[in-house]
Design a protein around this ligand. Sequence first.
Ligand SMILES: Cc1ncc(COP(=O)(O)O)c(C=O)c1O
Length: 469
Amino acid sequence: MQKREPASGIPGAGHSRNFTQYSGLQGFSTGGRYFFLGAPLCRLSFLEHTAWAAANIIGVSGPAISPPISASKTRPLLVPMLDLNRQYEPLRAELLDAISHVIDKQQFILGEAVDGLERAAAEHLGVAYAVGCSSGTDALWLALAAAGIGSGISPSRSRPVHQSPVGAVVTTPFSFFASVSAILRAGAAPLLADIDPVTFNLSPGAVEAVLNGPRGAAVRAILPVHLFGQCADFSSGFGRGRGLIVIEDAAQAWGAEWQGVKAGGLGDAAAFSFYPTKNLSAAGDAGMVTTNSEGVAERVRMLRQHGMRRRYLHDELGWNARMDGIQGAILSVKLKYIARWNQARRAAAGHYHALFAAAGLAESGPYPQHGVVLPREAAGSWHVWHQYVIRTARRDALREFLTARGIGSEVYYPIPLHMQKALRGLGYAEGDFPEAERAACEVLALPIFPELRADEQQAVVTAVAEFLS
Ligand SMILES: Cc1ncc(COP(=O)(O)O)c(C=O)c1O
């Protein structure tokens, strides 16, 4: 499969250089995030980081079908972190037909295919409006800007962009970089609150503490992330009772629910990513904003094409953040299958739970002792298992062991956002968010995707058991 160049694919959860990813089967990479981290956090050496990068950033296109388990004594079962070929093969004709339609019509940007996707997506999520755009990162920025958060980029506003931030947005330090960078791009100040150690999502109590703290008065919005496919705990409403705006980062959570309401309809607006490794994925970059507000939807439509309401009449400074027609067509096909795929992910998660329990490895947590802490579905939540993330004390050694066995794994996220070089200006330091920092040292994502086979899951758990024995 095609390899992405370092500059074009900064990783978030589920990002990898190619999308049939086995671990550690090729040599070293010179590009990759791990080299820049310095990483005092988990006391990792440069060489360990290099090994991580080699195992993750370089994948190989492996066979869609692994050898049968009976052959595993002589040829161990290789288990990819993700194998998109298995999703693509049965849909090949349908997808190519949808792509041909766009090309026949020569409607490459927005157009009928994107319109159709937007209607179907809104219906699927039970929201009034869905607006397609170029990526999850742009969706976050569009949602924030359209909801009036930050300085905006309009010179007609009181402060021009990148001057002092206007208002603050509370979010998590344990997410992909875009959750915070989008707030900065919108011209607001990110304020971080620690996570819940069980769900890895923003802790409502920690958010409350920020709201009641010295900078609480500046807060205009909360940006909870539905990490790994599980909705953040919305029982507190995240400050909506206080008139705060809530923007969901739903990049990893298409179809997830909180108390029967789907992600995308829980806040004032939400941002989705269709990056190729996401549970609903495009064949390139794409994203979407959802909202129940007509005004927000209309503003997102305007901002995604340079602030134009009418052709060549620019009311505001927007951005080029449009969705390609081909992505709209591909996503419209895949949307028909996403409910089934999410069910398959849930079944795979249940199977992992059972296998780990049967192996006597599951610990009651929240922190690991000698075994593994399994991920949990919170009460009221309908998890879509975009990732299956265990906690284990000897995470890095386990990862090396799995890599040597040809079993894929990933670390989301090795360095919390407050410790990223690019975000030093936020003024936080190591020790400020102990739960996020501890999670960064203990989390390990294991292979999970709808087509993952039971024998592959058994091979993963057997290898973990062997390591821990
Ligand atoms: C939590 C989260 N937010 C935002 C993004 C950004 O999405 P994209 O890569 O489509 O720009 C991602 C993607 O990795 C993500 O995982």
